[in-house]
Design a protein around this ligand. Structure first.
Ligand code: FAD
Length: 418
């Protein structure tokens, strides 16, 4: 897919949802933009996520509570967290920063910063969807957390209280109310929490595709090239990028290569502690249940989302680096844990997928100008929230590039905060 740009002023590296949305926002400001990715748009982590536009998800992954739970989680083979012990020596510096970011005061500050971007993350997509004729992909019917015991609800309560403190509408339900709201569920739940303003995308892979098509329609260029580094450094930064197809002149560049952004940022002089939290999905094409509202399993910590092409069970965290092969047992666990949640569930036609979340130890993305080069920008590290924050990230980058006062303060997302 190629548009008409000859020598693009703005190179965006990575055509996941963050890169695509950033390219579109820059294009709307009149920039001549080229998107670089060896793969077709949206085939990375943005392809198989849970689809949540998670307005209320400002609680970071690292919290004082999770640190207490980790030892038991690692002993449980069905747990939402697994670590490949062979990867531990390389992961250790990231884990240490994760622990430091999990202190109560830090968690409060992180949630405030995340919430600023989350608040209008749904609205930020709307102009992009209208232009692409893809508004049908978004729905705003809420998110229902379900709990099978008072104890698991009690452990999750602080997170919901934090949502409420940040101004998100939170409705507490008993078992009967859960059953009324979602009749497909088996009567095994004692508590529920409904977030009415949460939204979801009914096919995240198609979202990236249609937005990328619109980008090309508006004159953007997609280059199926892997970017390896930068060249021709001038006072304001690189004047060329080096890809597997050769050297190309650039005016400015945005690094949006998801979990693969670290070496590219390093080539621009910034060593950021980016790693990956891998997650899995099981896609049920014939589930035999009509789910009305997306669910989050309180115990399994994964989502269940009704998609246009079936039911998607997606989530959990595996710390094993970007290169390790998938462990499909992690996807089977999703099915095993979902089966008892429904009165009936067809799991015959399950398709498995693994994706690499680009994760910073403090759950905050890196968004803004490179600390070293005026013509280089960073937009990566969105962890569990990259789909939600894609359009808002693009808008923030476009505002910063244009020198407009941004709608959110970008300081918490700076690359050199560690
Ligand atoms: C199981 C699971 C469930 C999730 N659920 C949700 C959810 O409900 N809501 C939510 O908001 N988020 C969710 N996420 C997180 C979300 O999917 C990610 O945060 C998001 O997709 C990251 O987008 P990205 O564009 O940064 O990365 P990616 O989509 O991975 O895109 C990066 C792109 O960069 C390209 N690239 C890499 N290296 C180079 C290079 N050298 N040169 C050129 N291109 C390169 C890759 O090919 C890729 O296409 C989930 C993730 C997982 C795994």
């Amino acid at each position: 897919m190629t548009g008409n740009g000859a020598s693009a002023e703005f190179a965006v590296v990575g055509a996941g949802i963050v890169g695509i949305a950033t390219a579109l926002q820059l294009q709307r400001d009149g920039h001549d933009v080229a998107l670089y990715d060896p793969d077709p748009p949206g085939q990375g982590c943005s392809f198989g996520n849970c689809g949540g536009i998670c307005i209320g998800s400002m609680t970071p992954v690292g919290t004082p509570g999770i640190l207490k739970d980790v030892p038991a989680m690692l002993l449980d083979r069905q747990s939402p967290l697994s670590i490949d012990w062979r990867y531990l020596p390389r992961l250790a510096p990231w884990l240490w920063k994760f622990v430091q970011a999990s202190r109560p005061g830090r968690v409060e500050a992180i949630s405030i910063a995340l919430n600023r971007m989350l608040t209008d993350s749904y609205e930020a997509y709307q102009p992009l969807l209208r232009s692409a004729g893809a508004s049908d992909l978004f729905r705003r019917i809420g998110l229902l957390y379900v709990y099978r015991s008072k104890e698991s609800f009690r452990r999750a309560r602080w997170g919901h209280d934090m949502r409420a403190r940040r101004g998100v509408r939170v409705e507490y339900l008993d078992g009967n109310e859960v059953a009324q709201l979602e009749p497909a569920l088996a009567p095994v739940f004692t508590h529920g929490v409904f977030i009415p303003d949460s939204g979801h995308v009914t096919n995240p892979g198609r979202l990236s595709e249609v937005l990328a098509e619109d980008f090309v329609r508006q004159g953007g260029t997609i280059r199926r090239e892997r970017v390896m580094g930068f060249a021709d450094f001038a006072a304001d930064g690189p004047r060329a990028l080096v890809s597997d197809a050769g050297t190309r002149p650039i005016g400015q560049v945005v690094i949006a290569a998801g979990a693969y952004s670290r070496p590219l940022a390093k080539a621009l002089g910034s060593d950021v502690p980016l790693d990956t939290e891998r997650g899995y999905h099981a896609m049920l094409e014939a589930p035999g249940v009509e789910l009305r509202i997306p669910l989050m399993s309180g115990e399994g910590k994964f989502g269940i989302t009704p998609m246009e092409h079936g039911l998607r069970l997606a989530g959990t965290v595996e710390l094993a680096g970007v290169d390790a092969p998938p462990n499909w047992r992690r996807a089977e666990i999703l099915i095993e844990q979902t089966r008892p949640m429904f009165k009936a569930l067809g799991t015959d036609k399950a398709k498995f997928w693994m994706g690499r979340r680009p994760s910073m130890p403090d759950s905050l993305p890196v968004i803004g100008r490179s600390p070293r080069h005026r013509n280089a920008w960073f937009a990566f590290g969105h962890g569990h929230l990259g789909l939600t924050l894609g359009a808002a990230t693009g808008r923030l980058i476009a505002d910063l590039v244009a020198g407009r006062p941004p709608s959110v303060d970008a300081a918490p997302y700076r690359a050199d905060r560690f």
